[in-house]
Design a binder for this molecule. Structure first.
Ligand code: GLN
Length: 387
């Protein structure tokens, strides 16, 4: 048998796909993989349909259509005071995952150390390894999942080429305060490291919180690669439109990777995202309010069934800690049991660890219609009493 690339050959299928398949197989309500169950904003979908019927449908520029690159720069200018040049500092990709892959492959060379925080999103480590990088895993601790100086001091060194930082953090649903960002920025500058920031959840934040992009922290403008995702911003996850924003010397190389990963992205969807990003601030605040309502509905429902729910500050997710329940089963066992016995899919948070996993926390997606959440809650009513 031909020996295949070891970085990928023995990887499991991602937990999101595995659980969505299990949901389909069991005819279960899917509160696993993060996506809404309503069709998404109609005006934005109409803009895509219109661009598809009346617009240009051949290869757009590999960097993205100018209209979208301008809209991205203007959007971050309005929201965060960032001053991005749309032509040299903004690139459109086919989703956040592609954007992250382009960023990692652009920065990391064999032997470079890359700091990542567990829980870690599952696409980061294989791509770091494919680049020949050596991941240095740090572990964030529930229930706060905050950064601290000792933790960073234990990992940063002269070989630290980059740090991968996800804020707001999936699956822990934390929105990092300025203090943590300043701490991380201090280390990046001391060790001359690049920050690759997965900020795809930047607009999905609750209770009046503010998202602070790391690139806006003093000293970080020229050493941060910021990744965003229209799929998350507009709850159109299947569109797979991501963005990379970075200073020209960083973006230029990320573009060289992107040209051979996907090259470009559907132009009608790009036009519709440009339209969406130009919407007034109220649109984004209303979206947050609506999602926070769903979060509260699922939180209250799960709490009334006896689940200990951890606070969700952002993302489509909340987590529950099974450890006080005395179930004597892991998060994995719990998730496989509830999808088959109760027809509700969820994600075991241990899937976000490579070692020393937290094995008692389960993630539920709440970006669903009320009726979907209510039916899931009914089905789970005796799930914490093992049959
Ligand atoms: N980001 C999504 C989640 O956390 C999954 C995306 C995917 O399945 N590739 O649920």
């Amino acid at each position: 048998m031909t020996s295949m690339n070891k970085v990928f050959a023995d990887l499991p299928v991602t937990i999101f796909e595995a659980m969505s398949q299990a949901a389909r197989d069991n005819n279960a309500i899917n509160l696993g993989q993060g996506f809404p169950d309503d069709p998404g904003p109609e005006d934005i979908r109409k803009a895509a349909a219109d661009a598809s019927l009346n617009g240009y449908n051949q290869y757009p520029s590999m960097m993205g259509i100018p209209e979208l690159r301008q809209a991205i720069a203007a959007h971050y200018g309005r929201w965060h005071g960032l001053n991005l040049d749309p032509m040299t500092e903004v690139m459109v990709t086919s989703g956040g995952t592609e954007a992250l892959t382009a960023a990692i492959l652009a920065v990391v060379e064999p032997g470079d150390e890359v700091i990542v925080f567990q829980p870690v999103y599952d696409s980061y480590l294989p791509i770091i390894r494919q680049a020949g990088g050596i991941p240095r895993l740090l572990r964030l601790e529930p229930p706060d999942w905050r950064l601290n100086e000792e933790m960073l001091r234990s990992a940063f060194n002269h070989k630290t080429k980059a740090v991968l930082f996800n804020n707001p953090l999936n699956p822990a649903a934390v929105v990092y305060p300025r203090e943590d960002l300043e701490l991380l920025a201090r280390f990046c500058q001391e060790f001359d490291s690049v920050a690759i920031c997965d900020e795809v959840w930047e607009h999905v934040i609750f209770d009046g919180r503010e998202h602070i992009p790391l690139i806006t922290i003093p000293g970080m403008r020229d050493r941060t690669i910021k990744v965003g995702s229209a799929g998350k911003i507009f709850s159109l996850t299947g569109w797979k439109i991501g963005f990379v924003c970075a200073a020209p010397p960083l973006l230029r190389v990320a573009a060289k990777v992107h040209q051979f990963l996907t090259f470009t992205t559907a132009p009608n969807l790009q036009a519709a995202v440009a339209y969406g990003l130009n919407k007034p601030a109220e649109y984004f605040y209303d979206m947050r309010t609506e999602l926070a309502r769903s979060r509260d509905r699922l939180t209250k429902g799960l709490e009334s069934l006896g689940f200990p729910v951890l606070k969700s500050q952002g993302t489509y997710f909340l987590t529950v800690d099974l450890s006080p329940l005395g179930l004597n089963e892991t998060d994995q066992a719990f998730c496989w049991r509830i999808v088959s016995d109760y027809k509700v899919a969820a994600i075991p948070v241990s899937a976000f660890y490579e070692k020393d996993a937290v094995t008692s926390v389960v993630r539920f997606c709440f970006s669903k219609r009320d009726a979907t959440l209510d039916t899931a809650l009914e089905r789970l009513s005796d799930a914490i009493h093992r049959r």
